[in-house]
Design a protein around this ligand. Structure first.
Ligand code: SF4
Length: 658
């Protein structure tokens, strides 16, 4: 049976054979049979730590419940609250059909936009920047573009461990094309950096200075593709005005890199045949995130690097963040790349769902919702398939909110968030249900069912269908998940993400053309792509070091699944940080010492490992659940990018105490 990998956004097609072994699907365009280590252990962890039945919290702890009882309590509860008093927090790990039905239930029938997804911690900045630059957040190119490119920039991305199959494809390309170059820009010399030809060790948070400076050089040297700029873009002059504030000597000081590195990057933009720049959370999880994204896109526009000449390629962190974007599961979205702020879009969905009164104003984002819970304005929080008790920033504050709110947790596995729950709903997981997911390059994959769910767990789509029935909502009479897919695809007809001609049998298939903007006409008002003037903002933080966070090699997110396979934990526990040996020496810290890391918001303990992280920085893997002590996100601030509202998870001032 075929399915899509439930981990990173590469979206590898996998299958499970008769002996229960997981293998790469050679027919799938995303991975062509390749696979990394993580999904190999799926069969081992399926049954471990599962939630088998509904539970209700009482004064004496959890008691068993039934679907009938929890549906009844929840219907009563939702009916008693105003739309502003409830909130739904869902996940890029849900199937597209599941995100669609939850969105319909919440925005169409409960008439609230109080809904967000964990993509807020991941893709929100890339989504905002793509929309500002191109008018839509579809990724402009696809994986095939790797196979004839000759320059690859990884900035704020450790793709070698976070998107390993994609990175292997890049390495294969370099093997075939001796002139191909891989460049990594990161404060920590990650595995990706070690496998690159050029590594630029930048100071955390300063990317816009570097990228503006590259634009400055391109302009000063006359290396701009003016034909492209005048024909297909607007806003060039304003972007250049801002870039002029960052001549190479100024940027080199801010970023603490060599002037020659900035020239080298400008030359790569000027000379390479085809250049793809990949980025991920290193750019997205920042208070300056949208600007960082736009600064990189500006360079592609300035040198005409789209389609056959290259692409700014944002890597998605989750397996179905793209599908979630297609159904509009963030607080402002509606299906088919629509937006609640657009009257035509609201009208279309109201007619389609046969409802009235979809709200115009986007709902609060998840970090805003945490504040509203603490202020007593949101009274019910329903979390589906994600673990905010470990993954959100400023966790001490989050835990207070989870304690205070009436919390519903719908999940396949016990995790740190279920500890706070008032009602727990057992969900089935991949392989126990059908549905579709979309990977980073817009390829949809059908995920088949190959086993029964344990206990009385149900697919997430069915839980929301039955809740809608319980509340007397019309329009949820689906007999299968495929009915939901067929309904959703109608909403995409004539839209950029048109999948109306696809069905389950035609998958895997990619929506849009190979190059989304092949004719260089963009879905903006003017039809042109837009440059944006890009500013630099570095937050003020106390502490001797800046802590940046990132992934472990074989773990995924908060380890709810991967943490259950001993083979995947090898070398990754006990929790550690990476310190520069020179910094460690100054504090008399040896490799293997246990240290306390302290910020203005909290503290935790970690073992020290040495590595080539920039002086004055430490690298801390995120995602260790509470059983390993305080997660590093207790230290992290909950300030957000002003445009994308994505939290600044990659810039935390800390001190280290031996
Ligand atoms: Fe899964 Fe990503 Fe590994 Fe592919 S690269 S098998 S999608 S974790």
């Amino acid at each position: 049976m075929e399915f899509q990998c439930p981990y990173c956004g590469v979206g590898c097609g996998l299958y499970i054979d008769e002996k229960g072994k997981v293998k790469g699907n050679p027919e799938h365009p995303a991975n062509r049979g390749d696979i990394c280590k993580k999904p190999l252990y799926l069969p081992k962890i399926y049954e471990k730590g599962r939630i088998l039945k509904p539970y209700i919290k009482t004064e004496n702890g959890l008691r068993d419940s039934s679907w009938e009882e929890v549906y009844e309590i929840l219907a009563r509860k939702l009916s008693s609250l105003s739309p502003d008093e409830m909130y739904f927090y869902i996940s890029g790990q849900l199937m597209t059909e599941e995100s669609y039905i939850i969105n319909k239930f919440v925005k169409g029938f409960l008439k609230t936009n109080n809904m967000d997804s964990n993509s807020r911690l991941c893709m929100a900045s890339a989504v905002t920047a793509y929309k500002l630059a191109f008018g839509s957040d579809g990724v402009p190119c696809c994986y095939e573009d790797i196979d004839d490119a000759d320059a690859f920039i990884f900035i704020g991305s450790n793709a070698s461990i976070s998107h390993p199959v994609l990175f292997k494809r890049v390495l294969n390309r370099r093997r075939k094309e001796e002139k191909a170059l891989i460049i990594t820009i990161d404060p920590y010399e990650t595995e990706t950096a070690r496998k690159s030809d050029i590594y630029i060790q930048i100071r955390a948070g300063t990317d816009t200075a570097l990228l503006n400076s590259v634009l400055y050089i391109l302009y000063e040297k006359g290396w701009i593709d003016y034909e492209f700029v005048f024909k297909y873009t607007e806003g060039f002059e304003e972007a250049i005005e801002e870039a002029k504030k960052f001549p190479p000597d100024v940027a080199s000081e801010i970023c603490d890199i060599e002037v020659s590195d900035i020239y080298l990057l400008a030359n790569i933009f000027r000379k390479s045949k085809k250049l793809i720049s990949f980025w991920c959370q290193g750019l997205n999880q920042s208070v300056n995130a949208v600007m960082k994204n736009l600064a990189l896109i500006n360079l592609h526009l300035a040198t005409g690097r789209l389609n056959g000449k290259g692409c700014p390629f944002s890597l998605t962190g989750q397996p179905n963040a793209m599908g979630g974007r297609e159904v509009g599961y963030l607080s402002n979205g509606l299906p088919g790349y629509r937006d609640v702020r657009n009257e035509e879009d609201r009208k279309f969905m109201e007619n389609f769902w046969r409802v009235r009164g979809i709200k115009e104003k986007p709902g609060p984002t998840i970090t805003e919702a945490i504040d509203l819970i603490l202020e007593g304005k949101i009274k019910l929080l329903w979390v589906v398939c994600t673990n905010p008790a470990v993954s959100l920033p400023n966790l001490n504050k989050v835990h207070k909110a989870l304690d205070k709110v009436f919390l519903v947790v719908q999940d396949a596995y016990w995790n740190d968030t279920t500890e706070f729950a008032d009602i727990i709903l057992p969900a089935s997981t991949l392989g126990e249900k059908e549905g579709t997911m979309t990977g980073s390059d817009r390829t949809l994959t059908f995920c088949g069912k190959f086993k029964e769910a344990p206990g009385v767990a149900k697919p997430d789509w069915l839980i929301f269908k039955e809740m809608a029935d319980q509340m007397g909502f019309r329009g949820f009479n689906y007999e299968s998940v495929e009915d939901i897919f067929n309904e959703f695809k109608e909403t995409t007809k004539g839209r950029l993400c048109d999948i109306s001609s696809l069905d389950y049998k035609s998958l895997p298939a990619r929506w849009g053309r190979r190059w989304l903007y092949e004719d260089l006409k963009f879905p903006t008002e003017s039809g042109k792509a837009k440059f944006h003037p890009v500013t630099l903002q570095i937050p003020k933080e106390n502490g001797r070091f800046i802590m940046i966070t990132g992934r472990l090699k074989n773990q995924w997110h908060t380890m709810t699944k991967t943490g259950k396979a001993q083979e995947l934990l090898k070398g990754e526990v006990p929790p550690f940080i990476i310190m520069n040996p020179e910094d460690a020496k100054e504090l008399n810290i040896q490799e293997g010492d246990k240290v306390t890391i302290v910020s203005d918001r909290g503290k935790t303990e970690r073992i020290v490992r040495y590595g080539n992280v920039k002086r004055g920085h430490i690298f801390a893997p995120f995602g260790y659940p509470m059983e390993f002590g305080n997660p590093v996100n207790v230290l992290v601030s909950d300030r957000v990018d002003p445009l994308s509202k994505e939290p600044d998870l990659k810039y935390t001032g800390i001190d280290i105490i031996k």
